[in-house]
Design a protein. Structure first.
Ligand code: GDP
Ligand code: MG
Length: 214
């Protein structure tokens, strides 16, 4: 049983930049990953709601920072997906700025969920984020999403391979299998989030090391 009732999660607001976000108080846990990696689906699975976060087959639908609230002060953040090949440079720069500013300067960010399609893990931008969270000591859970697309044997092999790749950072980064389709990893995700939300002794200063995604 998880401590918080994730099913009660409701939409709070959408913000085009960090300056449009509500006050920097409470605790936030953010979802980040390539577009189409399964962020919105994971959010829906976590909260047991079909349409809370829009899911789409067409990449690029979440261009805003979307905030959700489980209960007063306990928030979830769906960050804009990264890694679009075909968008104008100006837009890329804007996304880069939104993401990097959120990650660096949002004090109430307490934990990060990096989502990677199990078939294509550890792409360039994932690696940049991973080395940055490690340098800045931000608690992170990597979810290998859509694990239902591989056989049990293949998905476990992939899990072991990714764990091996990041073994030097395992004090701060955990890796788990996930599937929004058949609920693999939901309990691990909820338990991890519980532990981040309950750790209210945090004193989170700005993360000092800069992040550059493009
Ligand atoms: N088979 C399967 N497909 C998934 C899973 N999670 C997401 N998808 C599909 O992958 C696509 C992108 O998912 P979405 O959640 O919108 O990704 P986002 O862009 O990261 O928010 C959609 O077509 C989803 O239906 C999963 O666990 N299993
Ligand atoms: Mg999405």
């Amino acid at each position: 049983m998880s401590y918080y009732d994730y099913n009660l999660t409701s939409f709070l607001t959408s913000a085009p930049t960090i300056h449009h976000l509500p006050d920097d108080v409470g605790i936030e846990i953010a979802f980040i990953g390539y577009s189409n990696s399964g962020k919105s689906s994971a959010l829906n699975a976590l909260t047991n709601q079909k349409k809370l976060a829009r899911t789409s087959k067409k990449p690029g639908c979440t261009q805003l920072i979307n905030l959700f609230q489980i209960t007063e002060g306990y928030k979830l953040v769906d960050l804009p997906g990264y890694g679009y090949a075909k968008i104008p440079k100006k837009m890329k720069i804007k996304w880069n700025n939104t993401l990097t500013q959120y990650l660096r300067f949002r004090n109430c960010l307490q934990g990060l969920l990096i989502l990677m399609d199990i078939r294509y893990p550890l792409k360039d931008l994932d690696k940049k984020i991973i080395s940055w969270v490690q340098e800045n000591r931000l608690q992170t859970l990597i979810l290998l999403t859509k694990s239902d697309k591989l056989s049990t044997t293949a998905s476990h092999a992939q899990l072991i391979a990714v764990r091996q790749e990041i073994k030097n950072f395992r004090d701060i980064i955990q890796v788990e299998l996930f599937s929004a389709k058949n609920n693999i990893g939901i309990h691990i995700l909820r338990n991890k989030m519980d532990s981040w939300y309950r750790n209210d002794a945090h004193i989170q200063n700005n993360r000092l090391i800069p992040l550059k995604l493009i």
